[in-house]
Every structure is written in structure tokens, then in C-alpha cells.
Design a protein around this ligand. Sequence first.
Ligand code: PEP
Ligand code: MG
Length: 875
Amino acid sequence: GKFVFMFDDRKTSTKEILGGKGANLGEMTRIGLPVPYGFTISTDACKSYYESGKEIIASIRTQIEESLQILEERTGKKLGDPSNPLLVSVRSGSVFSMPGMMDTVLNLGLNDETVEGIAQLTANPRFAYDSYRRFIQMFSDVVLGVDAFFFEQHLEKYHEQHNYSSDPQLTAEDWKKIIGAYKAIVKKHSKKAFPDDPREQLFLAIQAVFDSWNNQRAIIYRRLNKIPDHLGTAVNIQSMVFGNMGDDSGTGVAFTRDPSTGKRELYGEYLINAQGEDVVAGIRTPNPISTLQEKMPEVYKQFVQTCQRLEKHYKDMQDIEFTVERGQLYILQTRTGKRTAEAAIRIAVEMVTEGIINKRDAILRVDPDQLNQLLHRRIDDTYERRLLVKGLPASPGAATGQVVFDADEAEYLSKEGKKVILVRPETTPDDIHGIIASEAVVTSRGGMTSHAAVVARGMGKACICGCEGIKINTKNREFRVGEIVVNYLDTITIDGATGDIMLGEVPMIEPTLSKEFQQLLLWADEERELGVRANADNPEDAQKSREFGAEGIGLCRTEHMFMDPERIPIVQEMILADSYDGRMKALVQLLPMQKQDFIGILEGMQGYPVTIRLLDPPLHEFLPDKEELIVQVTKLQLIRGNGEELKKKEALLRKVQQLEEFNPMLGHRGCRLGIIYPEIYTMQVKAIFYAAAHLTDKGLNVQPEIMIPLVGHVNELKQMRQLVVDTAVEVMEETGKKLKYTVGTMIELPRAALTADDIAMEADFFSFGTNDLTQTTFGFSRDDAEGKFLQSYVEHNILPDNPFSVLDQNGVGKLVEMGVKLGRGTNPTIKTGICGEHGGEKSSIEFCYRTGLDYVSCSPFRVPLARLAGAQATI
Ligand code: PEP
Ligand code: MG
């Protein structure tokens, strides 16, 4: 097979084979852009490398040699030829972009002889030796495993000894001496001489890039982004161009639109007289791209045109790396730019307006998972900010957390449940686990395209970069802003959209939808067939869910109304009562309150359907904690003269003990409560109908859907349905109003799904309660499993995901499919929906659409996600 492809090889351009970078380099070469020539070693070669026990097999070696020869002919240079040496870069490039996670070697081909050639050809010995020492350091670090630290340490000492304060002061002679010392360092730490032979250098570097596919940070990044481990990386060999040849040279990175807001303007930065990695590494803070217009007007013009061309060609926002060598522009890479959710939406919508893509493309462009970034709280606009300091607004969002200075520490503390903000001089790919664990990231150095900024934007985390006003002392674990000292674990708040950093906590407000976001969701609604409702149990949530576009309430959990601090004593009184009469005394007090609750919600939904679920949790959830009660009773027993209080508490304790269950989730809850204490359900149903009658009077068309929880046998539903019907008749007679309503059930026990044909004969609708259905199908306690073992199940690939967040389609999903099919068999008009957490999760929503459910119901903040994911499922 063919494993190596020249950039202008027309036969292949698939990303799967060439990796993203290789495919794009090929494409850019073919459309005539100024790309330094080279070739790509395919991902299949990487797979072969691992299959042959980390060996580049002979046939692949031959293909590499042949391609190298073509490259040499095309450039007129030869690898290792002192009179006209070819220098190349060796870069990774996988199918999915993994920025900074794998290894790169630049300036390859330098040795003691070729460096002389470069010095003569460029008439710039200083540049030649500077490049050589950079190469030794990078190659040794990446390929030979000699830590960059040793070289940096030596360089620092050299500076001190010669009273230098920065690298540009060093002469060619200085670099020559340093190169000698660097080679000694290599020999000492790797026990071998630095390889002089450029061919040996080349093959060692290729191997190192293959190896870097499996370094720790690449593995973590893949896990986080769900990139399969078997894909492997391609390797790109490209002739070098130099941005560090003087003040007519430079290097930079630019996005064709603002990756933070989506605004249509070139966004990026560059450094004069610098080499590639200097910009992204965040070591020097670069200049904004707009200033290149004055410095190099011709180059700027050409670059702007190239950017526009690339964006049109790929029909998406591009992230472009470029180098200027002695006034000549080269494009080194282009890829689809990573962006925040806000930018993703704005770009998608504006590209439709600009005629670049169509509405369906726009809908598919935005990842629903990204949306919750936008639905986060932000700092209250009316709050007058007291700024500590300002940095670059690298990734929007507001966050409050305790300051930490180390990635490991961030990870550790977040596992302890602390919210932390990682503050670093700069971040490297080795800090990735710390960034994941933090609420936000702040760096004192580096620009908007630095590692921290790119990674944070990708994850939707707030980030501020290049905040030069803070002086970080990682050793003392503090940072200073002038006189002010912020210590380890002090609380700060940051606004990634403005770059503001403030001390302590500040007031936040709820999110709203931008104009573009609403536009995209309206387009999504045009495509969407699946209904979207919200889980809401108070008027505020109902209101919010309407704003976000919910078409009704799929689950109103009435127990939350019982938890109200004013009502809980009455609820307890009801539970404590030993007789029907005693219970009724309390229920009579609860009735008008429940009526008000339902009026609020039904009115808020303005005629949209509302599914109200009758009381579900075990009663002990409304009672105080047993251990606490025992302490109180014991205390009261010691104090005389408080007989009344003691008697009350003793009664309460007896009831708590009586209601205690070993497995409360499998105990006396759901419709089992309604069957044993029908008066409770009767009160709730009465309240619903009184509310409906009241609103009908006001001219509102309300149709409550009354839902019976935790049904496992049709007889349970039959009896509860009768209770609802009887109560309805009673209220209608009393009020003289004709009321419309339906009665249905949750399908949240395996037996309910298995006998859905029977159950459907008594039900107007099914709502799949996939929280309980997951609990009972797996036999995993939903309250204990996650912390105890589920996390580790996912880490060890026993389960692909936490089944309480992502529906287990093969297991729990089969019960859902069966429930729908059996239910429709006996009741063809039955309405079906889902109201477990899965109703707001992308892949589960797609499953619900495929399974033919009528709607999904999720938390109000997930409604926009569900609208978009629902549309994507259809397309
Ligand atoms: C469910 O079980 O999926 C459900 C929605 O009900 P709850 O979470 O209230 O048990
Ligand atoms: Mg449930």
C-alpha cells in the first residue's frame, strides 16, 4: 500500500489517512497557496508502526526516502548537504485536531557542517547557530527525552556570566559555545552523542511523533473529547521557512473571525523575528494582527486575501498559521478554528446570511453540548465592578473560585468539592488535567491564541490571558497586584468576556438568549419533529422554560411543593397522624396551597400542556433526620418540666423509626402511597381541578395531564385512574364547570415496560422516567452508585458513559422501545415522552426521535439544547 503522499499528490486528500493538518496542507498546495513543500506519512503508517512493535517497516522507509528525494528535487536542496542543506519540520497531525498534545521538531537537518552552509547562504551566522541550538534543545527534549530544563538552566547561567539580559544580545560566537555545552548535556543525560546524521535525525523524529500519540496528555485529551485511541497520527515533513531571519521576518496565528464572539473580523497575533512555536507557547506576548498592516503592508494585504479565500473554500472559520521569511508570506497550516458557543452560533447564523452555508448546515454546525456555556449565569450588569486588575478576554463566562497555582493541586481540590481558579504564568499541555478541574484559568503571560486560551475556549471555560498586571510567585503560592497580595485559596471572580478580575464573590444574574441564538433555534424548530417540554415545578421555572421555547411541561414534581419551609410542618402533621381524620385535618390546610401552586403553573404555561405528577417520594423524606431527633429527645429527657415538647419529639421519633426503610427507593413510594393513603392523592387531584376550574373561568384553555408515578402493574393504575375520575366528577358537579384532562403514567420500572400493552389500556399517555428505569434496570442505586463505583466503571471502560446521564440504549433503551411498541399495540393514540435526565442529553434525544417518542422533557436550561439536538436528529 501507499503510506506516504506528497502535498500535491492529487490521488488522496482524506483526513482519515492524512490527518487534518496533512489533508489541509495538500489542499492548500493544490489551490495554489504559498505552502512550503513537503509530504505526509499516513495514519496507516502509524498503525503499522504500533502493529510491528514500534518499528517503521522497510517498505514504509523506502517510501519516505523516495518522497524525500522528490522534496529535494523540488526545493533544490539536499538533506545533509553542507553546500545547500534542506531543513525540515516534523509535525504530528491526527484526524481530530488535538492542539499541542503531540510532538513537533523544527529545524531538522542541522549538524556541525550544515550549520556552516546555512550561515554562508543566509550571510547570517548568528541566525544559523541560534537555529541549531534551538534544534538541539527541541530534538533532545522530544526525541531523546532530555528535559528542556537542563538547556534552559545552562542558558540562564551563560546570561549571568556574560551580563546578558536577553537572547538577542548573544552573538554567533556565544551560540557556538552554547551548542558545545548543549551537546555535552545530551551526552551526559542520554548516554549517547547527539545524532549528527540528518537521516538518522529524521527517522528518530518520525518515530517520536508516532510515540507521542500515546503520551499521557494526548491520552487524557482523547478521553475528554471522546476521540478513539486506535486512529493514530500522521506525520508531516515540510521544508522549513524562517520567521526569525530579521525584522523583515515574523510568524503568527490568525482566525478568520473572532473565536470568542464570532464577530467577522480578522483576529490574531504575530511576532516579528520569531519562530513558530514562540507565539502559541505564550512566552512572549505578541502583537495584535491589525498592526501588521503598518509594519508589512504588502504581506498584510496578501494575508487578508488568503484568509478570505480559505474561509470560502472550507466554508467555515479557519485558524491559520503563517510565517514571513524576508518579506515573503508562507501559510503553514489551516484548520477549522475552535470557538466558543457564542461564536459558533453567530458564525453559523451570519454565514447563512452571507450565503456561504444553508440553514441546515448552520443547525449542524453548533454542538448542542456547547450550549450550556451560554446558559450559565453571568455577572449582574447593574453591579458596579471593583476591579482588581484586567487581562485579555480570552474565553467568555463568569466564574468564582479559590485561587490555586498548580494543576495537580487544582485537580486534587476539585475532587474534594472545591471550586478553584487556576492561576499560572502560562499553561502548557501538561496542565490539561488542572484546567479540566478548574472553574476558570488566568495566566499572566501569553496572548489570545496561547495554549490556555485555546484549550479553555474549547472547553467553554472562562479564561483571562496575558494579565501582566499580576506578579505570580508560584513558590510562595501568591500573586500580587501592586501592593495587594492574593494568597492561595483566596476567592476571586473573573469575567472572561471582559478580562476583569475581582476579589471575592460578586452578584450574578440568569442568562438570556442572544438574537443569533434565537434565530438559530427558530430555524431548528422548523426542522424539528420531536416535541420539547420542560421539567418545572414552580411558576418561575415554568416562565423560564417558556422563554427558552418549551412547548409545555413534561414533568411537574409536586413533592417540591411539599418541601416549602412553611408547609413542611403541616406535611409532617399529616404524616404523623394515626387516623384518616387526623390526616384529613392536615390535608385540608394543604389543599388551598396546592391549588395556588397549580394556578401559577397552569397560568404560566398559557394553554400549553402540563403534566402533573402526584406525590412520589417515600414519606420519610419529609421528616427530620433520625440521629438528630435521638439527640434532641435525649436532651429533653434530661431537662424536667418540658413534658409537652418531649412527648411531641418522642412521637416524631417513633414515626421516623416506623417509616425507616432499608431500600427507600424500592419502598413505600409512588402510587403505592396513593393506594394506601388515597386521601393524599385525592387532595392533590382536587387542587388540580379547582385550579383548572378557576382558570377556565378566566377564559384560559387548560388541560392538565395527571400522572401516576411508579406503576408496575396495571391494577395500580386502574385504581388510581378511578380515583382521578371520581374526583373530577365531584369537582365538576361542585363547580358546574366541564373540565378536560387526561390520566397517564410514568414508565419507570422494568415490569411496566414489559407489560406496557396492559398498562396502555388504562393510560392516555406514557412518560418514560429513565432515572428510575436506569436505577431498576441496572440495579444501580441512583443515590450511591455514581460516587462509589460508576466513575471508575467509566474510567476503566466497563461502561462507555454514566448511564444516569447518557441513556444506555442497548439495555434501558430496549425497555423504552418495547414500552412504546407494546403500548401503541393496544392504544394506538397513546402519547409518549421522556422526562428523566436523559431528555436533555444529545445522544439520548437522538434515540428518542428514532424510537418515535412524541416529545422529550428536560430541565428549563436544557430546553435550547433539546430544540437544537431534536432538529439535528431529523436532518
Ligand atoms: C425518573 O425516574 O426518571 C423521573 C423523572 O422521576 P424522578 O427523577 O422524580 O424519580
Ligand atoms: Mg422516578
